[in-house]
Write a new protein. Sequence first.
Length: 118
Amino acid sequence: MNRLLIWIIFFIFLSVSCKHEPILPPLPGDVSYLKDIAPIMKNSCAYYGCHVSSNNVNFPLEKYSDLINYGQVVPYKPLESDLYDVIARRYMPLGNDKLSLSDQKHIYDWILKGAIDN
């Protein structure tokens, strides 16, 4: 009986302690901040009334440096990045204009590939 209890505890501990990035196939080719990500941010996040520095918001999203310096993006770790978390959970953008799955995938891949300013 003690041996069974030890195995049960071991498997519970093992299942709780295993965390990893989901295996999603990356988009073919590179994801460019300037070409792919910046337009998504500008059109969906960083416009008047939302995540722009002129509004004195906590998290401006107008520039690459905003995403990195405010900790919204953790390079190579999309699941630890607040930016990906709020769009994947559909919290942002507010209202009915949620990001398409394609835009979400671009952001995921960009972060996964290092969130490079290119």
